[in-house]
Design a protein around this ligand. Sequence first.
Ligand code: AMP
Length: 280
Amino acid sequence: MKIITTVSEMQQQADDLRKQGRTIGFVPTMGYLHEGHLSLIRTARSHADTVVVSVFVNPTQFGPNEDFASYPRDIEGDEEKAEKAGADIVFYPEAEEMYGPGFSTSVQVEGLTNRLCGASRPGHFKGVTTVVSKLFLIVKPHLAVFGQKDAQQAAVIRRMVSDLNFDISIITAPIVREHDGLAMSSRNKYLSAQERKQALALHDALESARKMAEHGETKAAVLILHMQQRIEREPDARIDYIEIVDTGTLEPVSTVHSRALAAVAVYIGSTRLIDNCVLG
Ligand code: AMP
């Protein structure tokens, strides 16, 4: 497996691969890889000849009071895990390599980014769409894999790819969970043992809403209240949002239809966790 740290080398490598007729599958990550990321790498592996994984903790998608500085990093561990999962190249640039002096361009998807995480993390999606656009132009993939864990991000990326005519297929891969149901996340590392137990409330709440919907409950307000009450049982939980939205538009729905998405963001102590599930 190759480690590439410069934009020029990555672009050269991508050109060479394309000249050889090889398809490039791409998995963008912020590193500290876990089974969720590895499932994305395996998905890319099954669809492409060459798999590129980027590891880049992108400063521009963090707010001033967020965890950019403390975000967990472990590049040696990441290289080993990525290689085992089937990656051929890890692209691991420094921030200065990605954002040169005078950098002043951004890519912004309107509408879809106003809601859910976009409402509580202003500027976050602008950072994401800008860096993903850059990565697409550097890695030149034929396809890219994103996790359903970040359902809004996946929807925003699909919108951007369609609107800007990126010639890239977007694949969304299912959420990978710990044995007890907690969605895997690099941020789970922040949780104390006590908080780790309380963090289960997110999945519990979503699962019970899913079951209620399966048994015929169609009122979003009832399901939301139920999830809220479950999460509020945890002493260190603070709800950022609990919403039921249309999977395509991300607009709230009042009646649960065939593909409504229940999405939650909850602080457990100071760690902000997100999770979601499709109802119906
Ligand atoms: P991150 O490193 O958190 O920026 O995530 C990189 C990619 O991995 C994104 O497409 C995420 O949606 C995806 N991802 C993160 N956690 C999971 C998970 N538990 N299951 C599936 N995909 C995930």
